[in-house]
Design a protein around this ligand. Sequence first.
Ligand SMILES: CC(C)(COP(=O)(O)OP(=O)(O)OC[C@H]1O[C@@H](n2cnc3c(N)ncnc32)[C@H](O)[C@@H]1OP(=O)(O)O)[C@@H](O)C(=O)NCCC(=O)NCCS
Length: 326
Amino acid sequence: MKVLTWIPATPEDAVPLAALFRHAEAIAPVGLEQRAEDVRTRLAGLGPDLARHSRVGLDDDGAVAAYAEVADMGVADGVLRIRLTGVAHPELAGDARAELYRWLTDRAERLRRAGGAAQAAVLGTRCAETDTAGCRLLTENGFTLVRHERDLVLAVSELPPAVALPPGLALAPVGERHQELARLAHNEAYAQSPSALRPDQRTWPQHATAHPRLLPDLSCLLLAEVSRDENPVAAFLFALADDDADEPTAILHCLGTRPSWRRRGLATAMIVRALHRARSAGFRRLRLQVSDTNQPALALYQRLGFTESGRGYAVLMRQLDGPTAE
Ligand SMILES: CC(C)(COP(=O)(O)OP(=O)(O)OC[C@H]1O[C@@H](n2cnc3c(N)ncnc32)[C@H](O)[C@@H]1OP(=O)(O)O)[C@@H](O)C(=O)NCCC(=O)NCCS
């Protein structure tokens, strides 16, 4: 199989892209979306940059055989973070992958330059742990392994007893009412997490409250009755349905406690509540992804009994330091 034509992606490509992602995930999982509506959400997240920062490779039958995408993940500490996604049909020859990465790094370089000649940037990408050829290609192109993302699961069977909230905190549903305060709490909680998305007002609904697979019953906010600052949101949990799983599974999609509220059992209380509600709703399993560099979260999940599913992947990065480093 060969890629003959490259064209910019459009929202209409969501269905064939989901099929391509399913093929790729079956062999080398990196957490790609497998349903068309989720791929549509990914494409919508690129906003007006979609045509410039993505491309779809068609084979000689006109079928979608490859996908490449460069996503601007925002500037943190003066460094522009750029996520590269390269997906090739398992039957494509290795040179198609090499070409795909050349295009990705070229686009990323253009994105860096758009921020000014001296803008430093870091490129991040994923590679399945089983994909030795893919990881080799990346390391030959200057990428280094920075961490592993662990995929953890917990059976919804023997439930721990419900956990009481510390005094002065109340549960609230996720939704319109605290939309912006929840976003600010989310971005504060994840401020030190290198891989986390920190959505702006435009992208927040898609990421959380208006996510097409949001499970509002399992999700919640914890609000301080007397707030220490203008934001009463102390902690949040957004859960999603995992429609691709072989048994009914709920995903802990994002979970955080603002720094001044940590180590008081807030995350534990939200997860245990989600577990009880998951069982009532007929789910058999909770699932989440966590970086192996996130010791607090790993300790939290281990204590609750989560174990590895075997679908983890490596994250590799490469610096783009500006013209002098080229
Ligand atoms: C991970 C996080 C959600 C924990 O929230 P929290 O409300 O402080 O968690 P809890 O108070 O329920 O902690 C329960 C247990 O987890 C473990 N734990 C939590 N934070 C820890 C830390 N910093 N170091 C070591 N263990 C920790 C401990 O075993 C703790 O019990 P203990 O306090 O009795 O020792 C919070 O640190 C956070 O928001 N981090 C940034 C966002 C993030 O990484 N989210 C998870 C993404 S997968």
